[in-house]
Ligand binder design. Structure first.
Ligand code: PHE
Length: 333
């Protein structure tokens, strides 16, 4: 085989090996095999070249360089094709994935309160707040709950062991948001149309449906000629907005000292009826306690349990999950 044929074979074999190399490391092996300074195939051919005659040498030299360049170029292209070999930079690997971070979310109860405020706001209700530490007057007296009423039982309330409140009675953690009705009416002449959301506290044995602290939304509308049918319409609209169009609502006769008549409010969404709170027409004694004239104005009030509605909507079966702050649970909402 003459030298030119050897060069052709060399070039062919090299190009084939290059095209078969599957990664940068394999390309490098091919380079060493064909172009390596010590034992590369080209080195052997170069040695042969030195034995050629003077006349042959220039043409052989040209062919030699051409074959070498062709192989070098093919190696370069293949290397680029397969991606650059791993290189150590100054400790920064820009190809590493970034640190993932997760967005925080609002607690499902906070989301629920916001949603109810938004719904009631659209119906024209103003949003009011009241204190969680309340006095006996606003939690009971002004709400027509007499001194000997069982609702005042120390076993059913969190009374505070501190000095007496302004009106002479004890302080307590409010047991209902109805306190805000009184606080608003004391400050504002009729008409009033407000809702108030917040925490309430009652000693209870904690289980899947009971907690010592939960959230209520209170509603109050006092004006001339407010009737029970306004109450039912507003509750139906709120229920529909929160749970969906196919909600039914029903009233069952009940008793609260601060409303007359009084009802329990049930909502049906899916198979079952759910008791969601109490409501009624504001008792004339309550109107009198805040200086309103029961002959001139009437009103309705309602108090809804927020946990119940939130749990129904999201299919949560244990109220305790809402207070454990387990991110695996909370991140679902
Ligand atoms: N405050 C009552 C409760 O906690 C609910 C209620 C509010 C009832 C307003 C009638 C009117 O159960």
């Amino acid at each position: 085989m003459n030298l030119i044929e050897t060069l052709d074979t060399y070039q062919q074999e090299a190009l084939q090996a290059i095209s078969q190399a599957q990664d940068a490391k394999a390309v490098e092996e091919v380079r060493i095999r064909f172009l390596g300074k010590k034992k590369g195939r080209l080195k052997e051919i170069q040695q042969e070249l030195s034995k050629a005659s003077r006349e042959e040498r220039p043409e052989l030299g040209r062919r030699f360089n051409l074959a070498k360049q062709t192989v070098e170029q093919a190696l370069e292209e293949r290397k680029n094709e397969l991606g650059k070999p791993e290189k150590k930079t100054d400790g920064i690997d820009v190809t590493l994935p970034g640190h993932p971070f997760s967005m925080g979310k609002r607690h499902p109860i906070s989301q629920t309160l916001s949603e109810f405020k938004e719904i009631a706001g659209r119906l024209g209700f103003d949003i009011e707040d009241g204190p969680e530490v309340e006095d006996d007057y606003h939690n009971f007296v002004a709400l027509n709950i007499p001194k000997d009423h069982p609702a005042r039982d120390p076993l059913d309330n969190f009374y505070l062991a501190v000095a007496q409140a302004g009106h002479g009675g004890p302080w307590l953690l409010r047991s209902q948001t109805s306190t805000v009705q009184i606080r608003v009416m004391e400050q504002t002449p009729p008409p009033v149309r407000i809702i108030s959301t917040g925490r309430v506290y009652r000693p209870d044995t904690i289980d899947a449906t009971h907690s010592c602290m939960f959230h209520q939304m209170e509603g109050l509308y006092v004006d001339t000629d407010v009737t029970m049918s306004h109450l039912k319409t507003v509750l139906k609209m709120i229920a529909t907005e929160y749970l969906g169009d196919d909600v039914a609502i029903r009233f069952r006769p009940s008793f609260f000292p601060f409303t007359e008549p009084s009802v329990e409010v049930d909502m049906q969404w899916g198979e079952t009826w759910l008791e969601v709170g109490g409501a009624g027409m504001v008792d004339p004694n309550v109107l009198k306690a805040v200086g309103y004239d029961p002959e001139k104005v009437s009103g309705f009030a309602f108090g809804l349990g927020m946990e119940r509605l939130c749990m129904k909507r999201y299919g949560i079966h244990d109220i305790r999950l809402l207070y454990e702050n387990d991110v695996r649970f909370l991140s679902q909402f």
